[in-house]
Design a protein. Structure first.
Length: 463
């Protein structure tokens, strides 16, 4: 009898994947519930399996006290010593209760309690097992479809692949085998629910670890991944050894490695980018296949950068519905603003014009002009620097007392004034100090807006 009982307990434990002690405790709790229902008393009952006979014994427990106030749960010291001669105060004395009289109803109730306890233990076991595997890739089999969700067989339990976690390129049938990543395990009234995904970016990383030995052994590291499932993925890699090309290792001979991953993802495009610690170089790599003219850091604290591209490269840099720049932004962790050369040129001109129109500067505040010259200009109705900059050399020659030498002096003063202006300094800082570069030609120096110097030099002959 004993061997048969414990063999049954061991079999249940293996089938359900739970600790045998949990089954034993469930049986002991079940017999206590059945006994309490049968005897209809308030006694404190305790169940225990006899390891020798295999019988399930039930005991009524009473505490030894000086003054008995609850005879059902307490016993005096003298009475306790008639049962156990060495009994002491506060000790618990057990009295065996008959179990043969429990009957069929009590046995049925015990059976239900055992099933309930085992089911709860099984749920906890499944939750504990799969909860520690969150973020890992597992193989599974498609079992059925429920309202757009796919139910997959994971082994001991079922997993759910929600519609939002499915790639739009993929279609599956019952019994199809696929690889998924466990993203979370939820506790529900029906037991633990394992949620799996085919759109999580880490799935791509696990696929690369499987296909690329250099990633598996740590020679090549995956630093960042940006993915829009069913469309495109950008993955940034770096090599720990100088003689190993990280991009070439991921692509493989004639593209065999990356093509294997693309087939697993049902044709999703994959861009493999080389990581660089310099954010400007990394951003230039990330925006590929578009070619960048120059990059500038707008705000390093807020992680905002600006890219300028040739007009013909603008649509390629932005990508379909903004996908290329959006993925590049996710990959590097910066906000990217892309502008064409024409847009940037118009923006700079607009800033210079706004500077002129917003705050007119009196001639007295511009260095390089003598008080006498200022008086002559004021007499001609010219009172601000902006008005003076708008005049052509011919207009200045018509002012009494102003000749060719004075026009040159005025032109030099205007050029120096605009060179020292805040708008000019901001433009220079954007071009030279904020990592701006151009691969094919040197950085151009912005010209002072509305300067009459060049025109004056063209008009005035050399002396």
């Amino acid at each position: 009898m004993s061997n048969l009982l414990f063999q049954t307990i061991d079999q249940i434990s293996r089938e359900k994947g739970i600790d045998p002690q949990i089954v034993i405790h469930a049986i002991e709790d079940a017999i206590v519930v059945a006994s309490r229902k049968y005897f209809k008393s308030n006694e404190e009952l305790r169940g225990r399996i006899n390891s020798e006979t295999g019988e399930i014994d039930v005991f009524a427990v009473r505490k030894v006290v000086d003054n008995v106030t609850n005879p059902v749960r307490e016993i005096s010291l003298d009475e306790a010593r008639t049962v156990k001669p060495d009994a002491q105060l506060e000790e618990e004395i057990e009295f065996l209760k008959p179990t043969a009289v429990l009957g069929r109803i009590a046995a049925q109730m015990a059976k239900q309690v055992i099933f309930q306890k085992v089911r709860e233990a099984e749920r906890e076991s499944v939750y504990a097992e799969y909860h520690k595997h969150v973020g890992e890739t597992v193989n599974c089999v498609v079992k059925r479809f429920e309202n757009g969700d796919i139910i997959v067989e994971l082994g001991k339990t079922e997993g759910k692949l929600p519609k939002r976690e499915q790639s739009r390129l993929e279609n599956f049938s019952v019994s199809d085998r696929l690889r998924v990543i466990i993203i979370k395990v939820e506790k529900t009234s029906k037991g633990p629910q394992v949620i799996v995904s085919r759109t999580d970016p880490s799935l791509v990383q696990h696929l690369f670890q499987t296909e690329v030995p250099e990633i598996y052994d740590g020679t090549v590291q995956v630093r960042s991944i940006a993915r829009e499932a069913g469309e495109r993925t950008k993955i940034a890699v770096i090599s720990r050894e100088k003689d190993v090309d990280p991009v070439g290792a991921c692509v493989g001979m004639k593209g065999t490695r990356v093509q294997s991953i693309i087939r697993e993802l049902r044709g999703e495009k994959i861009d493999i980018i080389q990581w660089n610690d310099d954010v400007v170089t990394f951003a230039t790599n990330a925006i590929s296949p578009a070619k960048i003219s120059r990059v500038s850091i707008v705000d390093s604290s807020e992680k905002i950068m600006e890219m300028v591209v040739e007009d013909s490269q603008l649509s390629l840099a932005i990508g379909k519905k903004g996908q290329n720049v959006r993925l590049a932004s996710k990959l590097i962790g910066w906000r990217i603003d892309i502008k064409s050369e024409e847009e940037k040129r118009a923006e700079v001109e607009n800033q210079m014009n706004q500077m002129q129109e917003s705050a007119p500067t009196p001639l007295e505040n511009m260095p390089g002009l003598t008080p006498t010259l200022v008086q002559k200009l004021n007499a001609a109705g010219i009172g601000t620097v902006e008005q003076l900059a708008d005049l052509a050399p011919e207009d200045l020659q018509n002012i009494p007392g102003i000749g060719e030498k004075t026009i040159e002096k005025i032109s030099d003063a205007l050029s120096e004034y605009y060179t020292k202006s805040q708008a000019y300094q901001d433009e220079m800082e954007r071009l030279t100090q904020q990592h701006m570069f151009r691969k094919d030609e040197p950085v151009p120096e912005p010209q002072p807006a509305e300067s009459v110097k060049e025109t004056a030099e063209e008009k005035v002959p050399e002396e």
